[in-house]
Design a protein around this ligand. Structure first.
Ligand code: KG4
Ligand code: ZN
Length: 334
């Protein structure tokens, strides 16, 4: 009998469902919530309501397009955390009821672990051990990955996530949420050395991104005083310069981690790994340092249920299930 798992992701502002059969992803349905755009960030209450609205249609589509009948499902998986409590509760409650109704096991998945396991959806797959730089709107972590379900955080941000730094900069520039992809787009046509922003380097393998937000704020305030059209006239150069600085801070610690742990298998994961500047810099570093670099396909970088399904598959093989009394964990650790 095949191992068929329905997986649900609802940790932030994407409602997603995917079906995996014997380790092969059959689909990855995602409903994006546009309701947050006008607020310049995710509004938790609105996110929960949108999940309530989108979840069943998204799941229906995932089941229908998989060609697998509900009765052929071996397990139901869901994101337990980390994430927004209200959003997580929608997915967890549905998953529990569905598993209970079908009499099949329930699998709880750590969202950050799933971002990393997205690398095992398609070839080329990284060899163990590898170091993964997980960069998203809520997290920035350096993870030592020894096996599918054996990972430890060796460095992380002490304040903002790098995705937050992208999004907050974008907001200061008057760009809509989420601003990360827009900064990426404008940066392509700008000069990264046009403006200088401070590179924060705190001890060890940890990161700090809160300084750059303040630096951009003061930089814009000072320049707007003399030239009211400063942003419009310099948008591409500002985007390129900020992006250059953020990537530099990430690469500084990644290089340090690779050296310290003597590992040359390097992966990136999470929403910010969609950034074209980061992808290019990583490829350049790979040829310079002899790294084997692994970058997931674009659709598996940002939040999606396919990565939850992949993680669930490995947990299923280990018989690692959870009880129907499971609750979401907004600050879930590995
Ligand atoms: O992993 P993800 O989809 O959700 C979280 O778990 O946070 O990451 C979303 C983050 C947002 O901050 C978004 O602006 C950023 O990823 N992002 C990007 C790009 N695409 C998404 N940041 C920079 N460049 C991009 N191309
Ligand atoms: Zn994520």
């Amino acid at each position: 009998m095949k191992i068929n798992i329905l997986a649900i992701e609802s940790s932030c502002d994407e409602t997603s469902a995917a079906v995996i059969s014997d380790g092969k992803i059959l689909n990855n349905i995602i409903a994006t919530q546009s309701v947050h755009e006008k607020y310049g960030g995710v509004v938790p209450e609105l996110a929960s309501r949108a999940h309530q609205q989108h979840l069943i249609p998204v799941i229906n589509e995932a089941i229908l397009t998989s060609g697998i009948d509900k009765k052929e499902l071996s397990a139901v998986a869901f994101t337990r955390g980390p994430g927004l409590m209200g959003s997580l509760m929608v997915g967890v409650s549905f998953a529990k009821s569905f598993a209970y109704a079908l009499g099949i096991p329930l699998i709880d998945v750590n969202h950050m672990q799933a971002h990393i396991l997205a690398h095992f959806i398609e070839d080329p797959k990284p060899n163990f051990p590898f170091i993964c730089l997980t960069v998203s709107g809520g997290h920035t972590q350096l993870v030592l990955v020894k096996d599918y379900l054996d990972m430890s955080v060796i460095g992380e941000t002490t304040d903002d996530a790098v995705g937050e730094a992208f999004d907050k900069t974008a907001k200061l520039l008057g760009l809509p949420y989420p601003g990360g992809p827009l900064i990426d787009r404008y940066a392509k046509e700008g000069d990264p050395s046009a403006f200088q922003f401070p590179i924060s380097d705190i001890p060890g393998l940890n990161f700090s991104f809160s300084g750059i937000k303040t630096a951009v704020l003061y930089f814009l305030r000072d320049n707007l005083k003399n030239s009211p059209n400063f942003i419009e006239e310099n948008l591409k150069d500002i985007c390129a310069s900020v992006q250059f600085t953020l990537i530099k801070m990430l690469m500084l610690k990644l290089k340090k981690a690779a050296k310290e742990y003597k590992i040359n298998n390097i992966a990136i994961a999470g929403g910010v790994s969609a950034n074209s500047g980061l992808r290019k810099e990583l490829k350049d570093l790979a040829s310079k340092h002899g790294w084997n670099v692994f970058i997931p396909k674009f659709e598996y970088c940002t939040d999606n249920a396919a990565m939850i399904a992949m993680a669930a598959h490995f947990k299923f093989l280990k018989g690692d299930f959870c009880g129907l009394d499971v609750t979401p964990e907004a600050r879930m650790k590995f």
